[in-house]
Design a protein around this ligand. Structure first.
Ligand SMILES: [Zn+2]
Length: 370
């Protein structure tokens, strides 16, 4: 409001009234509208502008400061649909999909968040009627994955068409974030954490046991100048990447080795565009859900724990996690993932850390070489 008068309440007022003050208000109504502007009560049919960086939680839009494509946007990925997305249209319906692929056991690829809700609250939300305070009470974890698919398009194909699974966000190699479901839904991405968590699949070909055959040479090529380029193999299809002509480079040019779940693994790093987007999204998720603390599971020295958390610790943990913190059979987001860089800079955006940017290992390397 700019004039101090509630224009919306005037709109609801009965126009024919013998009450003098109401008649006066009715007569003054066009003038009030003029003074107030139409900002608070748009005319019917006026489009509501969006910035293109919004995510959706309990039906509300929240800004992230980075590009987001929603399931309802052109080019988006819609996990609410029961059809398969990447088969011929006449083979995409639920009945034929189920008959063709027994892994698709349920038309829905997502469920309800039920943990901790009362019977009355479950009745309230079973039709989708979440309010934000109730959702904030339930969501307390944010799980990072790598997708092994290499691109978000291929990731959605695997989840939706092949495995009957889902995830709230996918982060492509060019830094585009796709949201496939409202955060009020329990996406099927991390077993026992589904009911309480938000999940993201970050496009990356994955981590592999050291010394065993792996496909990384097909994805990454280093030139004579020491620049490593991400090349999406033809079989995986680069056409789904939203930035035209995007050429990706891992944030560090050489493979990264590290131990996850007690096994040495090798992986190439994510792209700088992915890190920048993930930092902003993480800050947004932590801001929207105060129970998701902007932290990772750390040992006594403050280093990220490289294996599944014991069940009791996992139950009481509120914050950011890798999938490998939830399940022993998982190794994502892998040894290359830069926890300090992501969480440190997300905390900076949240005003929980000093304004000094947290450098990535690559940035530290380059500084030392100067
Ligand atoms: Zn995972």
């Amino acid at each position: 409001m700019t004039s101090g008068v509630d224009v919306c309440s005037l709109l609801r007022m009965k126009p024919l009234s013998f009450d003098l003050s109401r008649q006066l208000a009715f007569l003054l109504f066009p003038l009030v509208l003029l003074l107030a502007g139409c900002a608070t009560c748009p005319r019917p049919g006026t489009p509501e502008a969006r910035c293109g960086d919004e995510i959706v939680a309990a039906g509300q839009f929240f800004h992230t400061g980075t590009r987001v494509v929603l399931w309802m946007d052109p080019g988006g990925y819609d996990a609410y649909r029961v059809q398969r997305r990447f088969v011929p249209l006449n083979e995409s319906g639920w009945e034929i999909s189920h008959a063709t692929n027994k892994d698709l056991s349920n038309p829905n690829r997502y469920g309800m968040r039920l943990a901790g809700l009362t019977t009355n609250e479950i009745e309230q939300v079973r039709g989708g009627g979440w309010d934000l305070p109730l959702l904030q009470k339930v969501v307390d974890q944010f799980v990072y994955h790598f997708d092994v698919a290499g691109t978000s398009r291929r990731c959605f194909q695997t989840l939706q068409d092949s495995r009957g699974l889902s995830v709230h966000f996918m982060l492509d190699v060019d830094g585009t974030i796709y949201q496939t479901l409202d955060l009020k839904e329990a996406a099927w991405h991390a077993t026992i954490a589904n009911g309480r968590s938000v999940g993201i699949e970050i496009a990356n070909p994955g981590a592999y046991p050291v010394g065993e055959k792996n496909p990384l040479a097909e994805w990454y090529k280093k030139d004579s100048k020491g620049v490593t380029t991400l090349t999406i193999p033809d079989a995986f299809g680069a056409e789904g990447v939203r930035t035209p002509g995007f050429v990706g480079h891992p944030a560090r040019p050489d493979p990264i080795y590290g131990n996850i779940q007690g096994e040495d693994r090798v992986q190439y790093d994510f792209t700088p565009q992915q890190y920048e987007a993930l930092i902003k999204l993480t800050a947004a998720v932590c801001k929207i859900f105060p129970r998701v603390k902007c932290q990772y599971p750390a040992d006594a020295d403050g280093k990220v724990i490289p294996h599944k958390l014991p069940d009791a610790e996992l139950r009481k943990y509120h914050g950011i996690l890798g999938h490998y913190h939830v399940q022993t059979d998982k190794d994502d987001p892998g040894p290359a993932f830069q926890w300090d860089y992501v969480i440190g800079n997300a905390k900076k955006l949240l005003g929980e850390a000093s304004c000094r940017p947290v450098l990535s290992p690559r940035q530290v390397d380059l500084r030392l070489r100067r």
